[in-house]
Design a protein around this ligand. Structure first.
Ligand SMILES: [Zn+2]
Ligand SMILES: [Zn+2]
Length: 242
């Protein structure tokens, strides 16, 4: 047992773990961050999907196939995967984490994400994890980068180094909320730069973000990384708009 695990075992006795969504006391043996009734409300994305952007074909008997969006405009990343739909329990918890500036929730969501088996995805193919960066102004306001917390949990579990300084957001952009796909793409264009091209050269990289909406942000990051010399980019997010 590592020191960190010991500390967490002691803290579980003093402060029994609670469901991240409804605060119900959890059975520590269950090793889950949500209670069973909240878990039931989560729509995990592990059925048929688009193998490129990862969109889920919910309530559809269709086999996995490339979606219309990817056929028209192939993204720069080779694959994107998300744990669950951005709705109900997951949406509320991400809001608590992000806007409530709750780092503890962030760590727990990170381990929840790291424990998920993403369909048709092999961590062994990747040698670097990069979180989608925040602009310094946003970082000061929020005090932490939510994507970095998730990236760290993934890196720790899958033994892949995380680097948060290779990709920088140097242009302050308007919030993407309320924008459609085209507006989002325009708004985010040219927002990122690479600080050290040598460190990404020929690497297979996992880009991590909290939510995948239209994919405009991660696609812009993937574009910059590919142009900077990276080999393949995969995108992992905790949630995805479905
Ligand atoms: Zn619950
Ligand atoms: Zn697609």
């Amino acid at each position: 047992m590592s020191f960190r695990e010991l500390l967490s075992a002691i803290s579980d006795i003093i402060f029994p773990p609670q469901c991240l969504a409804c605060a119900e006391i959890l059975d520590p043996q269950a090793k889950s961050v949500f209670c069973s009734s909240c878990l039931e409300k989560i729509r995990f994305i592990n059925g048929s999907i688009c193998p490129v952007c990862g969109i889920a074909f919910l309530n559809s008997p269709a086999e996995s196939h490339i979606c219309g969006n990817c056929l028209t405009a192939r993204p720069y990343h080779t694959r994107a995967r998300a744990v669950a739909g951005f709705e109900t329990v997951i949406m509320d918890t991400i809001h608590k984490f992000k806007y409530g500036r709750n780092v503890v929730i962030g760590d727990k969501l990170g381990s929840f994400m790291a424990g998920f088996s993403f369909p048709d995805f092999d961590f062994a193919e990747y040698s670097l994890i990069i979180p989608v960066p925040l602009h310094i102004k946003k970082l000061r306001e929020r005090r932490f980068n939510q994507s970095l917390l998730l990236a760290r949990a993934l890196g720790e579990k899958h033994k892949i180094p995380v680097n948060f300084s290779l990709l920088k957001r140097h242009k302050f952009t308007l919030t993407q909320t309320g924008f459609n796909r085209t507006e989002r793409e325009k708004n985010i264009k040219g927002a990122f730069i690479i600080t050290d091209k040598e460190k990404i050269a020929d690497k297979n990289i996992i880009l991590v973000d909290d939510v995948y909406t239209t994919g405009a942000t991660v696609n812009e990051c993937s574009k910059i990384l590919k142009k900077g010399g990276a080999k393949n980019i995969a995108v992992l997010t905790l949630a995805r708009v479905i």
